[in-house]
Design a protein around this ligand. Sequence first.
Ligand SMILES: [Zn+2]
Ligand SMILES: [Zn+2]
Ligand SMILES: [Zn+2]
Length: 278
Amino acid sequence: MNVRFLGTAAAEGFPALWCECPICAKAAQNGGKDLRRRASCLIDADTLVDFGPDVFWQTREFHMDLRKIRRILVTHPHEDHLNPVDLIWRKGPWFSQVERRIKVFGSGMVFGRIMAECGALDGIYRLEDLKIQPVELRNAECVSDDDLTILPLEANHAPGKFAQLFLLERGGKSLLIGNDSGWFPESTWELLRGKNVTMISLDCTMGLHCPDVDQGHMGVHTVLRAVERLKRIGAAGPETRFFVTHFSHNGGNLHADLEEFFAPHGIEVAYDGLEVQL
Ligand SMILES: [Zn+2]
Ligand SMILES: [Zn+2]
Ligand SMILES: [Zn+2]
């Protein structure tokens, strides 16, 4: 399994679009790993996790070919993870020429937003016009699509938005993606017990500035506690690689600050374009 981080920022981007704070000024000056697009991940060449407002530039910058995408998994309907408007451009014959169908996986809330914003409710663009096959995901109910297995897990983020983590398996490797998760609900810990996941990517939105936040998002101390519990319940083993992602300027940290904090704990700090071969 090949995993590529296409975006590692929280909702407002990094530097935040309108922000006048010193962290954003420094990030803009540094460039490189301190420039972060909205959260998204490419798995092999055919699967996207989250589809936010930076997709156009992510395709150009990271040589991602949307023609090869077979499925999009959406963790929740927040704007930084789902930008339905960019699905409209699948409509032929004017916007594009598309023959192949894709599957979109997500909760009912995800499809509610897609249908509202693609005009599906007005009958302007139906999902079938966009060659999209919807697959609704329910917590703890495993779904298989070709050789990919998807286990949706309940996250602790934005009540009523049905945010999910995904445990993906393919070719004997597994990946846990938690973009906006907060401290996991007990049901999620239980489902992860004994899984010995190959790679785990955790929410670190609140960073060093709010280290103990665990509701909605996580800070750095909460991440350490989560890693410790994942190891204790056998969700992770000695070979598991841990990453942190989804950073906000509110976390008060630049990439180098996060690396300094996490390196002694064997946790890697994701950045846009980072590729991990499992
Ligand atoms: Zn987010
Ligand atoms: Zn800022
Ligand atoms: Zn969110």
